[in-house]
Design a protein around this ligand. Structure first.
Ligand SMILES: Nc1ncnc2c1ncn2[C@@H]1O[C@H](COP(=O)(O)OP(=O)(O)OP(=O)(O)O)[C@@H](O)[C@H]1O
Ligand SMILES: [Mg+2]
Length: 290
C-alpha cells in the first residue's frame, strides 16, 4: 500500500515533530553530550544561544570525531555542524520527506522564522506520529530499565584557569537528564568542593559521577599529599591552605564540612604521600538521613 501525496501534504511538520528535546549551549562539553545521547537514546542535539536560536547541531558523528581525537572535554562548538539543514513548522510531511530523501539525514531541527528551535523531526517521529500513540502505549508491557549515566573528568592540580569546569559540566549534564534543583544543588556543592580540593591541595585527579535510578555517586580521587588526620580536616574552619590561596578566596576550611552536609553518605580514604579518595552518595529517592 502506498500513502497518497495529497495525504502527506495535509500533515504539517508542526503536528508531528518531537518537541520534548534536549537543547544545549555551545560551551557544553562533548563528553557529557555523549552520555546524554546514550541515556536519552537520541542521536542529535541542537545547540542554541541564550535566546534559543539555533547555532548548530551535534550528531553522533561529531561525538565520534571528538572521541577519535581524544578531545571529549572540548566544548561542543568545536565539533558541531554549523550549516544545519532545517525544516519549518509550516512545511508539510511531503516537503519533509523530500529533504530526508535529498540529504539522507536521520532527523532535522524544526526552526521558525525567527531562528528559534521548536523541535526535531526524525524518521522515527514520523512513523510514531502517524499512528495512534495510545494504541502503542497499551501494548507496552513494562518500562525498559533506566540507564546509568557515567561522567568522568580529569582535574589538574594548580590549574586555576580550568578549576570548576568539571563540576559545572556535571551540573549541566544532570540538569539535562531532569535531576531536581534540590538534588542538583547538593551535587554541585560536593563536586565543586571536591574538585577545588584537588586543584588546591593535590597534583592531579579525576572526578567521577554515576547516576543510577536510586542515587548519585560522586568520587573524587587524586594523587597528592594525602590527609594525615581526616577527622581534623573535617572540622569547619580547619585549613592548611597557604596565603596565596587564601588571597584567591579559598581556604576557609569549609569544603569538606560542606561536602558532608550535602551528602547522604560520605567516605574519605587517604594515604599520606599517595593521595585521597572522597566518595559521596546522594539519594534520589527520599530518606535523607544527614
Ligand atoms: N584532596 C586533598 N588532598 C590533600 N589534602 C586535602 C585534600 N582535601 C582536603 N585536604 C586537607 O583538608 C583541609 C580541609 O579541607 P576543606 O576543603 O574543608 O578546606 P580548604 O580546602 O582548606 O578550604 P575551602 O574548601 O573552604 O576553600 C585542607 O586545608 C587540606 O589540608
Ligand atoms: Mg576545600
Amino acid at each position: 500500500m502506498k500513502i497518497p501525496k495529497e495525504f502527506l501534504e495535509k500533515i504539517k511538520v508542526r503536528d508531528i515533530m518531537n518537541t520534548d528535546i534536549v537543547r544545549l549551549k555551545p560551551y557544553q562539553d562533548m563528553r557529557s553530550i555523549q552520555e546524554i545521547m546514550r541515556i536519552k537514546r537520541i542521536d542529535a542535539v541542537p545547540i542554541v544561544d541564550d535566546l534559543e536560536n539555533l547555532m548548530g547541531l551535534v550528531t553522533v558523528e561529531n561525538v565520534i570525531s571528538a572521541l577519535v581525537q581524544g578531545d571529549l572535554n572540548a566544548p561542543c562548538e568545536k565539533y558541531m555542524v554549523r550549516d544545519v539543514k532545517c525544516l519549518s513548522p509550516e512545511d508539510s510531511l511531503y516537503d519533509a520527506l523530500i529533504k530526508f530523501r535529498q540529504f539522507r539525514f536521520g532527523r532535522f531541527p524544526v526552526v521558525n522564522n525567527d531562528g528559534k528551535v521548536l523541535g526535531l523531526l526524525g524518521t522515527k517521529d514520523i512513523v510514531l506520529n502517524l499512528v495512534d500513540r495510545e494504541d502503542i502505549e497499551m501494548g507496552v508491557k513494562e518500562e525498559v530499565k533506566e540507564e546509568i549515566l557515567v561522567l568522568e573528568y580529569p582535574v589538574m592540580g594548580g590549574d586555576f584557569a580550568l578549576a570548576g569546569m568539571a563540576s559545572s559540566n556535571v551540573k549541566k549534564a544532570l540538569q539535562q537528564i531532569g535531576i531536581s534543583p534540590e538534588i542538583l544543588r547538593r551535587v554541585a556543592i560536593v563536586t565543586y568542593e571536591a574538585e577545588m580540593n584537588i586543584v588546591i591541595h593535590a597534583y592531579r585527579g579525576v572526578l567521577r559521577v554515576r547516576v543510577s535510578p536510586e542515587y548519585i555517586e560522586i568520587v573524587a580521587e587524586d594523587e597528592g599529599p594525602g590527609i594525615p588526620d581526616i577527622e581534623l580536616a573535617m572540622q569547619p574552619g580547619y585549613s592548611t591552605a597557604p596565603d596565596n590561596i587564601r588571597e584567591m578566596g579559598f581556604g576557609a576550611g569549609m569544603g569538606l564540612p560542606n561536602i558532608k552536609n550535602s551528602s547522604d553518605e560520605l567516605y574519605i580514604d587517604s594515604i599520606v604521600g599517595r593521595g585521597t579518595k572522597v566518595y559521596s552518595k546522594i539519594y534520589l529517592k527520599r530518606n535523607r538521613n544527614v
